[in-house]
Design a protein around this ligand. Structure first.
Ligand SMILES: NC(=O)c1ccc[n+]([C@@H]2O[C@H](COP(=O)([O-])OP(=O)(O)OC[C@H]3O[C@@H](n4cnc5c(N)ncnc54)[C@H](OP(=O)(O)O)[C@@H]3O)[C@@H](O)[C@H]2O)c1
Length: 346
């Protein structure tokens, strides 16, 4: 049996992970769920969709108590809070799957430039970036997974084959992403307030979003040299889902068909990356609630551009189901166990 604890289970990603884990086909048991605001209350009171599926009360976060009951601990905490707890769990010998940004960037100076002072730089080198499509072999062996950000997951998967095959220029990459509001977490703010979001569409953090260094780190590693990307995120009036469009300058003449075959070859053994047929474009509904990333490709010859689009669900492939995929890899289960659920269409 694999015992798992979920720290921050009252949040959007933590509760989404619970939803996925309760139907895991292997012998996986959720032994502990934490929340400071709901300690002592049953999870089904906050998340009625779990009624009859998980009979467990939230507990206050006590690392010793959580670790005692867990082989793997998921931390679905905000950044900064995570790095206060990761070293405690690490010292207690449990495997950690961390949702925050705190261990994603290998260069602590870069982290401190984009976020804040890092209080636990010692463990950064132990962390593996939890994108199985790039780091599967390292994930198998690690005790600390840094689950990728939601935007970076969609962007990296969209751009990687074009750079790796050297058909696209690593300079001048433009990434435009549209995200549902659940990406901001459960706490209400003016930005997430319904009247401000409903029937409204806005860009934010133009060219300065914190996910930029993560995208640059991972794509830079793939091609073995530094690169910069221009990233413009937007909020759209949806609850969940991210549609990313990447604009890539082509280095050679290539047709859509040829580019698609490069993408199909790159992802031929990836269970969760679907390269769509020529003429098909990804849509967020097709991947809603699922671990799939759908990718569509089109070469626009008159501009010498490859336009690559990806659709993911920010709460699943962008966080919780990707974390479960990492858990499956670590535990030696079939990587797809509990994850081959199709997206939720209308
Ligand atoms: N939302 C997404 O689409 C998404 C995607 C990828 C990655 N992530 C990352 O995943 C992490 C969680 O995001 P989320 O959207 O699920 O956030 P969220 O909805 O705001 O939930 C945060 C959780 O952390 C708990 N928490 C907050 N501060 C705490 C503290 N000081 N001590 C103990 N528990 C604390 C909260 O518990 P209480 O009940 O006590 O408030 C809650 O359970 C973040 O690092 C985020 O960047 C999110």
């Amino acid at each position: 049996m694999l015992n798992v604890g979920i720290v921050g289970a009252s949040g959007y990603t933590g509760s989404e992970l619970v939803r996925l884990l309760v139907t895991h086909p292997e012998d996986v048991k959720i032994t502990c769920i934490t929340s400071e605001s709901y300690a002592g209350q049953p999870i089904s009171k906050l998340h009625p969709n779990l009624r009859g599926l998980l009979d467990l009360n939230f507990e206050n976060l006590n690392p010793e108590k959580v670790a005692e009951k867990s082989d793997i601990v998921f931390l679905a905490l905000p950044h900064k809070t995570s790095m206060a707890y990761v070293p405690k769990f690490f010292g207690l010998g449990v495997k950690i799957i961390d949702f925050s940004a705190d261990y994603r960037l290998k260069d602590v100076k870069l982290y401190e430039k984009w976020y804040q002072e890092h209080t636990n730089p010692e463990l950064i080198s132990h962390a593996v970036y939890g994108l199985p499509e790039i780091h599967r072999e390292e994930i198998k062996l690690t005790s600390l997974v840094a689950v990728p950000g939601c935007y970076p997951t969609g962007a990296i998967l969209a751009i990687l084959p074009a750079l790796k095959s050297d058909v696209a220029d690593s300079e001048g990459i433009i990434i435009d992403s549209k995200s549902g509001i659940s990406g901001a977490g459960k706490s209400p703010t003016e930005v997430t307030h319904f009247p401000n979001r409903y029937d409204n569409f806005v860009a934010y953090n133009v060219g300065s979003h914190r996910h930029i260094p993560e995208i640059e780190q991972e794509l830079g590693n793939v091609i073995g040299k530094k690169l910069t990307v221009c990233f413009v995120p937007h909020l759209v009036p949806m609850c969940r889902g991210i549609l990313t469009t990447a604009y890539l300058k082509l280095k050679k003449n290539i047709s859509t068909k040829e580019l698609l075959s490069i993408y199909a070859e790159q992802y031929k053994n990836e269970p969760f990356v679907v390269v769509l047929d020529e003429g098909e474009l990804p849509q967020t509904q097709s991947v809603r609630g699922s671990n799939f990333c759908h990718i569509g490709v089109k070469v626009v010859e008159r501009n010498n551009l490859a336009i690559v689009m990806s659709a993911i669900d920010n709460l699943t492939k962008g966080a919780s189901s990707q974390a479960m995929q990492c858990m499956n890899i670590i535990a030696g289960f079939d990587e797809t166990a509990g994850l081959l659920t199709p997206g939720l269409m209308p």
